[in-house]
Design a protein around this ligand. Structure first.
Ligand code: HEC
Length: 205
């Protein structure tokens, strides 16, 4: 084969891929603006998001509740089907493909308690018996109970995970991660979804 043919062939493959993977999505979704009900992430939430990426949470958790037609995600309590606008502030998005654990795009709605999240990260089995989620003890610092600083925020750890005389101090990194988890709420109204199909009319006598 001649060099010119090879070059032209390679160039057309690259251009085709660029059109399908870059141009087409931009034309389809580029004009969508952030929904009024969606707030941008705060600095703390953004730091927490970076930790979420670092720790690989998305290898087990998706962030994309699906439509009723595809999966019973709404019945599972994971929220309405996600729309493109829901990801307006997500760069890069963290859709995920694995669902070893529940979808988290609406975890801030169903679990707003900071204490719950902190203890769950420290030791998932302390709040969900039999959980297979890994624990993240390195997001906390263990200290002698008598050597705490006045500003230290401690975690109440239930038995058998507590240790006598040891206080578990919450780090800034853990608080940021929980701030991010609590910010995951996509329950604002959206006009991007088709209107719900009305239930079939009951047969009239
Ligand atoms: C090896 C897979 C795995 C990894 C990695 C993982 N999780 Fe989980 N996660 C699970 C499973 C399984 C559950 C369900 C049991 C439970 O609640 O502990 C869960 C539950 C949760 C829940 C509660 C969800 C609900 O609906 O109640 C939150 C919040 C959560 N994970 C956050 C995280 C965060 C943050 C990370 C990263 C630091 C992470 N997970 C990493 C498997 C995982």
């Amino acid at each position: 084969m001649k060099p010119l043919e090879i070059t032209l062939g390679a160039a057309s493959i690259v251009m085709f891929a660029g059109a399908v993977l870059g141009l087409a999505p931009e034309l389809q979704l580029g004009s969508i603006s952030p929904p009024a009900g969606l707030k941008p992430y705060t600095l703390s939430e953004r730091r927490g998001r970076a930790t979420y990426v670092d720790l690989g949470c998305m290898y087990c958790h998706s962030q994309q509740p699906r439509d009723k037609v595809q999966a019973p995600d709404e019945e599972r309590g994971w929220g309405r089907a996600a729309t493109p606008g829901d990801y307006s502030y997500d760069r890069p998005h963290l859709l995920g493909t694995m669902r070893t654990g529940p979808d988290l795009l609406n975890i801030g709605v169903r679990q707003p308690s900071e204490d719950w999240h902190l203890l769950h990260l420290y030791q998932p089995r302390a709040v969900v018996p039999g959980s297979i989620m890994p624990s993240y003890p390195f997001l906390f610092v263990k200290k002698d109970r008598n050597l705490l600083y006045p500003g230290d925020r401690t975690l109440k750890v239930p038995p058998p995970y507590d240790e006598p005389g040891v206080a578990v101090v919450v780090t800034e990194e853990a608080r940021d991660l929980v701030a991010y988890l609590k910010s995951l709420k996509r329950n604002h109204p959206t006009d991007e979804l088709p209107p719900p199909v009305p239930p079939p009319e009951e047969a009239k006598p």
